[in-house]
Ligand binder design. Sequence first.
Ligand SMILES: *[C@@H]1O[C@H](CO)[C@@H](O)[C@H](O)[C@H]1NC(C)=O
Length: 432
Amino acid sequence: MTSLEWLPAACCPRVYSATTTNLRVSHHHSKLILCRKKAGRMLGFITDFFTYETTKSVVVKSWLVGSINRFVQLLIIIYFVGWVFLHERSYQTKSTGIESAVMTKVKGFGRYNNQVMDVADYVVPQQGTSVFCIITRLIVTINQTQGVCPQYGRRYVCTQNSDCDKHLGSNLANGIFTGNCLTGYCEIEGWCPTENDTVQTEYMEEVENFTIFIKNSVRFAHFDITRGNFPADIDIKCIYHPVDHPYCPVFRVRDILTHANESFSTIARQGGQIGIHIRWMCDFDQALDRCKPSYSFTRLDDVFENNTISKGYNFRFAKYYKTPDEEDYRTLHKAFGIHFDVMVSGHAGKFDVIPTLINIVAACTSVGLATVLCDIILLNFLRGADQYKAKKFEEVSEVDIHAESRSQSLLTLKNEGKISEDSETVANGQQL
Ligand SMILES: *[C@@H]1O[C@H](CO)[C@@H](O)[C@H](O)[C@H]1NC(C)=O
């Protein structure tokens, strides 16, 4: 019996058999067949949908492939347990988004140009931000006023006015060239006398003993946890040391340069840029006290160290005054200094169900990767590979399919004959 017999009668037009004409019956009959065909397709679709497929496996009893399989599976498990779960802590949600505030304060006194220098003299800018510069050396040009004067410098030597034509419109000098030759140098209009920055001045030696206090607070927004870089009971007279006082927020300039592998005298003469990195690596599955910063120091302008131009770090600033008769004059400073940049980064994690589940599933799936490797070995490199191939892959060609369908239709014909003959078997549904 086919599944069509079980169709509910309601979905198909009823056949009035006895009283209707032959024509009518056959009409109804064809309609009925059409309907049954349609419904049959639908039912087939539904029954196809509510099925479960599982793959048929080929068991290979080979010590070699078997042990390779187990070994690769073991490696994958070790990788996931050891590296992914324990080392990388993939059972946690991670967050690198931190909100950070940095305040700095430099302390120390130095002597320069027969003056005692304090913080207001040598730190720029004064606000105590995360980016600041400690001036170590100055080239001072005093009493500059507006006017015309010779531009000092070997490149600007001249004997006649036409020698200065090539400098017209240049940005490199200390003023606008007029095109005249004045006392052996090309003449400029601007702040006069011009600066002579080839003079070698001394640097302020005491800078190496200056201290920098860094106050840093961070907030891990994702976990809503706030931390500061030193505890409330810290001895503020401490000096940072990576082993003895790793959490002391006071840093000596010389120590910072030593950690960055730089010599103080070079950087104090030329200027340079130093990065102070504060890293927060926190595991909030552990006690909050263990969420502490770590410091590291690098020279940021390393790449330009061997350049001939623009070595180090310098900038200019001026202080302005007025003469009693209201005329402006200024003192120009070319400052060389150590430019510090405090950079904060953070990384925190805390146990969470979702990443744990995802990674467990990934681990389980990955164990199956061993099969891929074993299949390659089994089907290509092992003795008897062809036999294994024959067992693993069942080949079906088009000719086979045609032959099969023909024999099947023959079978159906035979069965139908049987049905008409033997109604009892049909009722029992056991015709095959
Ligand atoms: C820096 O301090 C040390 C002692 O802490 C001292 O011996 C040294 O002379 C100081 N350096 C300068 C340039 O003052």
